[in-house]
Design a binder for this molecule. Structure first.
Ligand code: NAD
Length: 389
């Protein structure tokens, strides 16, 4: 099939198998060209097929030489429909790991379910023996609670009052005002916390501990986001922020538990990046477009793999890690949050219009990165050729 991007309402519906594979190999090459790290030897990554989780699996395997088990929820190609990007990413990862003699086992299914936890436990028992690193990197719109069978859906809404901000349509470059209504009920907040908070992360740790597979000095890690003041009403102080605060509280609880045996639970606050999710959060595409331009101009821009490389080298497996923030969180977003970066983004946001957004912001960069995330626009790929999906 000849595969071209199919985009509907700013959501890309398909993915290019060879393009996805090429962008995974580029990330692997980035890590291979760095000094090897002495860190994890046996890692479990939950949410391993894309974004920060994929980068973490790449660092564990190709940076540290770890055997890995990865869990993700992806769709294979069928009929005339391509698979999801993560499906092809996972295949590419495993092929490359195999070539390097690294063990890599993947489980495709709902990480929130008991069944997939059981499968992962079995895969670890059979292949790794135990794990010294557990990365939790799920981004999902819904979660079925395995105890009650209730399906919870998350919402991205402000709390208390509506949020009105400028945003940009990254496909057309049109700047407009967007209004997001406040969460209508406590239930919406509770549901979002249920999906994106820390409950499931703790259930994974419980399952691994109960099976005796978590090493004494194991590290577990999940990712959070803080961001600037102007997205705070929709992000940090909104429903999703409530979930992130729950995730961070879960880290503190897990850390108290694991530290008794020499282990640790950590939160890394990462930088804003273009992904499927961030492209549909109100006002965030404009923020990211302005941020990318400012950070690129200042030589500070990083994508997933650069961030996670820094996380492993400087924080997780360093004898001398930089200090965490007052709440004990690793701040990989330190460059995003530099006062000079934020001040410049703020200044541009006040001026930005449809006419000048391409100059003040990096709309092309946003669009290209969004497409690359789905395997499109990668150098060296012949997009006019037939591919096996
Ligand atoms: P992503 O969409 O790129 O990847 C999400 C992963 O979760 C995929 O591997 C997907 O298969 C998996 N997944 C989703 N639902 C699943 C389910 N039910 N069962 C099993 N696997 C499932 O996401 P991302 O942007 O890398 O986000 C990962 C984490 O990083 C999230 O906690 C997010 O909040 C955080 N984060 C993201 C950003 C950003 O700007 N993208 C910034 C800071 C922190």
């Amino acid at each position: 099939m000849i595969v071209e991007p199919k985009i509907l309402h700013n959501v890309c519906l398909n993915a290019h198998p060879l393009g996805c594979s090429a962008q995974v190999l580029q990330q692997i090459d980035y890590v291979r060209n760095k000094e090897p790290l002495s860190g994890s030897r046996r890692a479990l990554v939950i949410g391993a097929s894309n974004g920060y989780g994929l980068a973490a699996r790449i660092l564990a395997a190709f940076g540290c030489g770890a055997d890995t088990v990865g869990v993700a929820y992806e769709r294979p190609g069928s009929g005339s429909k391509t698979g999801s990007a993560g499906w092809y990413n996972d295949l590419a990862f495993r092929r490359a790991a195999e070539q390097d003699g690294l063990g890599a086992w993947s489980i495709n299914g709902d990480a929130f379910s008991r069944e997939i936890k059981d499968q992962a436990v079995q895969a670890i028992r059979d292949n790794l023996g135990s794990v010294d690193l557990v990365v939790y990197s799920i981004a999902s719109p819904r979660r079925m609670d395995p105890e009650t069978g209730i399906l919870h859906s998350s919402v991205i809404k402000p709390i208390g009052r509506p949020f009105v901000e400028k945003t940009v349509n990254f496909q057309t470059g049109e700047v407009s005002e967007i209004r997001a209504e406040a969460a209508g009920s406590e239930q919406e907040i509770r549901d979002t916390v249920k999906v994106m908070g820390g409950e499931d992360w703790a259930m994974w740790i419980d399952a691994l501990e109960a099976a005796g597979l978590l090493e004494e000095r194991a590290t577990t890690l999940a990712f959070s986001y803080v961001g600037p003041e102007f997205t705070a009403p929709i992000y940090r102080d909104g429903t999703i922020g409530a979930a992130k605060k729950h995730l961070e509280e879960t880290a503190r609880q897990l850390d108290r538990r694991l530290s008794r045996r020499g282990g640790r639970a950590l939160i890394s606050v990462n930088k804003a990046l273009v992904t499927r999710a961030s492209a549909v959060i109100p006002a965030v595409p404009l923020y990211i477009a302005l941020l990318y331009r400012v950070m690129k101009e200042k030589g500070l821009h990083e994508a997933c793999i650069q961030q996670i490389h820094r996380l492993f080298r400087d924080y997780l497996y360093s004898d001398n890690p930089p200090p965490t923030d007052q709440e004990g969180r690793i701040r990989l977003d330190d460059r995003e949050m530099l006062p000079e970066v934020q001040e410049e983004v703020r200044r541009r946001r006040q001026q930005v219009t449809t006419e000048n957004v391409a100059r003040l912001g990096d709309i092309d960069g946003f669009r290209e990165e969004y497409l690359r995330y789905h395997g499109f626009g990668i150098d060296g790929i012949d997009y006019s050729a037939d591919v096996e999906i």
